[in-house]
Design a protein around this ligand. Sequence first.
Ligand code: FRU
Length: 435
Amino acid sequence: MTSYTSRWTIADALKVHADDPTTTMPVIAQNFPTMDESVMIWDTGALRNIHGQTVTFKGWHVIWSLAVDKIDLNNDDIYDEWHSRNDRAYIGYWYSRTGNGADWQWGGRLLNTSADLRPHEWSGGLVMREGTGNVVDMFYTSEADSPINQSVPSVSTGQIFADANGVWFGGFKTTTEMFSADGIHNANSQQDEYFDFRDPHPFVNPADGRVYCLYESNVAGMRGEFTIGSEEQGVLPPGFAVDAGAQYGAASIGIAVLDDGAYKSGDFSTARWTQLDPLVTALGVNDQMERPHIVFRDNLTYLFTISHHSTYSGGLSGPDGVYGFVSENGLFGPYKPLNSSGLVLGNPSSAPYETYSHFVDPDGYVQAFIDTLPAPGEDPNNPENFRIGATLSPTVKIELDGDRTFLSEVHGYGQVYAQAAWPVGNAWDHRPATV
Ligand code: FRU
């Protein structure tokens, strides 16, 4: 492990508490609206530029979502379908003139099926290609669960079109794999049959102008054979005994760097990514840090990631939600957990699975999807009695105040705000040429 990898320690995670009003999602109303009755959606992201800004295209707001068509597979109830959604996930898109939740029009599938190297399309990001009029790259996870678990961050390239009536896409006919779990910087399937390796998030690092990619990963090494040392523990209270099961939490936030100039050349089929040591590990704490993403603000680097109650290890606990870390020293840290604990926004204990897959934009707007909402008066932890969401939750805003965050505003369902317009007056025109 090289010197820069930061740790989310057991001591940090002991400070995680649900229901602090500054770090808790609002309880969602039972009568939340559904964006489209024909489709169930979950992880969602806005069309953006490589600098992280949400962009409109010709005045249209565009978002992508993981999706399954709403059909009752077993002709019984819809719950099975929602809970097995990963097995049929594809990426679709929505467009809207306003970015208001009520206005999203479902555009259907984004990638051509000929682009599918594996059966499932999981999360990533939809990025306008800098210096082009309408080239767009869909970074995503190409996934299969048999004969063994395979999960490869990948990219497919297309074009976006729009007129007064709507938005559509061309291209997206082939896929290029970016890099694979190597067992050195991150766990591969031989080391950990449950390894996570997904959710590519490319961006330009303003400090050196290079393109990097974050991704969800696990710490390299054999599952079940990790030692939780003093660096993973942090400063523990007297008498605190680390549970033997703590080592089953082995999440990491991976990072790769793109060959210099490759992004400008625009040919991802030959571009080479080099994996580096992870930015943050959660060894001893939690087994999943998903959808990592980054915000550069006020000379600070904020790293956000989503995680689950169920993936904490060693008796630790925390809500499903978005967690984060901050560095005063640029991309490679050192990072410390936001709010001391790492928790940025968790679900309330009265609705512990109401939202997930939070994504923080550069202005602090946080978008997520509704998972399941307990029926009124029911035990919130009893999964038998709930309303399935499969649609976007209210957008909230957080203030980023140094190493602390505060929930500050609640907006409409599926509200998206853009920071820049494409192609006229777009932000990169005013930025130094970096790549
Ligand atoms: C987060 C996540 C992602 C993955 C997708 C699969 O909700 O687990 O890490 O790409 O969902 O549905």
